[in-house]
Ligand binder design. Sequence first.
Ligand code: ATP
Ligand code: MG
Length: 405
Amino acid sequence: MQYTEIMVRYGELSTKGKNQRDFVSRLGGNIRKSLHNFPKLEIYPKRDRTHVTLNGEDSEAVIERLKQVFGIQNFSPSLKVDRNMKAIHEGVLKMMTDQLKPGMTFKINTRRSDHNFEMDTNELNDDLGGFVLDHFPEAVVKMHHPDLILRVEVRNNGVFLSSETIQGAGGLPVGTAGKGMMMLSGGIDSPVASYLGMKRGVDMEMIHFFSPPYTSEQALAKAKELTSHLAAYAGSLQFIQVPFTKIQEEIKEKVPEGYLMTVQRRMMLRIAVAIAKKRGGKAIFNGESLGQVASQTMESMEAINDVTNMPILRPVISLDKTEIIKKAKEIGTYDLSILPFEDCCTIFAPPAPKTKPDTERTRYYEKRIDVEGLMKEAIDGVQVSEIKAGQNFLNQNEDVFAELL
Ligand code: ATP
Ligand code: MG
């Protein structure tokens, strides 16, 4: 069914005044960004709803894209017809041919904001109900809980027919909560944490640490590909890659094995905080889940957290691995995450990291490396790129990719 416009309803609009205006205009901008390759669309953000006029663009494709935009509670594709009974009948016939299956019950629900129209709501309900029964003799009218409600809205600029309410992604428009820095590995958890953070309105920037030649080009490409997947929920994302080889080599050489991981994490966190401060980020996000591995005990978090007082937010902290996997499948990152390109932490992971590192000892061992100098060198080597939804990074290495699948 080719619709003419989509009516978008908002989620949590509990805020008022300026915040509400920010919400609405930000959502309008995000919808525009996410639908950038449908040039004929027109988007009209209003206080209570946003109208997307399709102007001939493929409504199915637009609907699929809208399902990913945070801040939308639900939306209804609709068909706009001229304000006369002949046009309304033609529209109703189209809608019902598409939606009304044999044996289904239905009702017509008319609303008029234009009271000059030739029929009132009751007359319209009667006329259109009779019209549908004439064309679909098997259909049954039912006032309470029918299978299908055909909504007819008579407005000054036309008559709008709709029958479906499609669930949106919920949450808050990306950007309304401010900027956050996501520590994105190539694993399963951090992409899910990114998604959940963005869902609460965070304008997320991805920070990825990589260690050539210990980690391959594909490991970096995988993190970028994950970012391009996640960008579907934000339009585009900044990808910040940080060279981490030298730091890992230094740590490996100078820090006792049990504390390798803790010191590595402290360095990552320091660098992430420095990047956040430079770029206006208000918090660091990561994919830690309590108790999942050695680095994710509360003692370990304490020893790592020791390097900053910037908030560290952990969207998947209380989720079980199976719950995280389920979410990863839903949002489409799982298949990428399980590709076996080694991450920098996996390669330098000690066989037996301390599950309860002591903060004082960590500080003591860390004095053996040049924290400031190493940080500066890594930050000088940072590269930032903008990644758009749907951009491909892995199929440059198609052979490798095919072999692995
Ligand atoms: P994930 O599936 O997100 O990789 P994990 O269970 O494998 O998580 P760890 O490898 O211990 O856990 O990493 C914990 C968190 O540290 C990650 O969720 C991520 O936020 C961050 N992290 C780990 N490696 C990197 C990296 N190379 N670049 C950026 N952040 C990283
Ligand atoms: Mg990992």
